[in-house]
Design a binder for this molecule. Structure first.
Ligand code: PAP
Length: 318
């Protein structure tokens, strides 16, 4: 087995030795490395480097991008449902009935380039749907330069952190001590978490979406919750698949609702073979403001101050 000191990028154009990179331990046991300003779990970093060297975007690819726990799974369900509508078909015609949303939009760094630096993707039918947690600056150049579209989802960092904390505890090994909220919050605030710093991740896509709104649709979880119908219509129009009537919208909203997905058998048990997380732990409360149940007033102020400082002058508010 390779150790961290021998691990290096498998891409031909980069020969970064991991032990030359800043290193930190996240969530008590996971070694992370900082590369070009962001923190990665080693297998994701290898895959990110490989994707950057080898991924060739097609003009009609659709890339879903996000920092973890911002509502990605909702979009993993919505985007395939909009692109390949079942047309009011039977329940069993809906791919969501037999697939966890993760399988409908495979991850570049967690699945496609994981353990295989140059997979053959030429056989995939267009439009290809991919997801990624990689920051904008790290995306393969052909994603940035081709005509492919990016949908980005952002969320109040307080709720994203709380969602992440619950996820890590829900997936802890039997008998393992729960992660204390204090330590993990401190690490999150310092930006040391998988694909973090959170604020830099969001800003990278936000700034690019201002320059090229046709390239990046920037969505907020809170707006999706408040005006689901309006935001999903906006998404469908952006993807070039506007709804023809309100019944179509109703159907997609129901098919992709948290209540329905949570209760589908396929999402109730099993473990994602690529990230090792229990399928059911992708679906929790889906509330805006759940941080109020977990963070102290001091924690809230600390993270709000960071958000205010980081987003100052950007026009972004979360
Ligand atoms: P990921 O980054 O690992 O893919 P992601 O889907 O972004 O996770 O985040 C999970 C959050 O989205 C959970 O939020 P919570 O912990 O605050 O509850 C989850 O409940 C929420 N979520 C998942 N599916 C949906 C959905 N269909 N509608 C609304 N929220 C959802």
């Amino acid at each position: 087995m390779e150790t961290s000191s021998t691990l290096k990028s498998s891409s031909s154009s980069s020969s970064v030795l991991f032990d030359e990179l800043p290193r930190a331990i996240c969530w008590r046991m996971f070694e992370h490395y900082q590369w070009e300003g962001f923190w990665y779990y080693p297998p994701h970093l290898e895959a990110a480097m490989a994707a950057r060297s080898h991924f060739k975007a097609r003009d009609d690819d659709i890339i879903l991008a996000s920092c973890p726990k911002t509502g990605t799974t909702w979009l993993k369900a919505l985007i395939p449902s909009i692109i390949n509508p079942t047309g009011g078909g039977e329940e069993e015609d809906d791919p969501l009935v037999t697939n966890h949303p993760n399988a409908l939009m495979p991850s570049l760094e967690i699945k496609i380039y994981s353990g295989n630096p140059n997979p053959d993707l030429s056989g995939m039918l267009s439009p290809r749907l991919f997801r990624t947690h990689l920051p904008y600056s790290i995306l393969p150049e052909t994603i940035q330069k081709s005509g492919c579209k990016i949908v980005y989802i952002a969320r109040d960092p307080k709720d994203a952190f709380v969602s992440l904390w619950h996820l890590m505890n829900a997936n802890a090994a039997a008998g393992q001590e729960p992660h204390s909220i204090g330590d993990t919050f401190d690490s999150f605030c310092k930006g040391v978490h998988t694909f973090g710093p959170f604020h830099d991740h969001v800003l990278g896509y936000w700034n690019e979406s201002l320059k090229r709104p046709e390239k990046i649709l920037f969505l907020k979880y809170e707006e999706m919750k408040k005006d689901t119908r309006g935001q999903v219509k906006k998404l469908a129009s952006y993807l070039g698949k506007p709804f023809v009537n309100e019944e179509e919208v109703d159907e997609i909203l129901w098919r992709c609702s948290l209540e329905r997905l949570k209760n589908l058998e396929v999402n109730k048990s099993g473990i994602d073979p690529w990230d090792g997380l229990a399928y059911k732990t992708y679906f929790r409360l889906g509330n805006v403001g759940d941080w109020k149940n977990c963070l102290t007033p001091e924690m809230k102020d600390r993270l709000d101050d960071i958000t205010r400082e980081k987003f100052q002058g950007s026009g972004l508010d979360l």
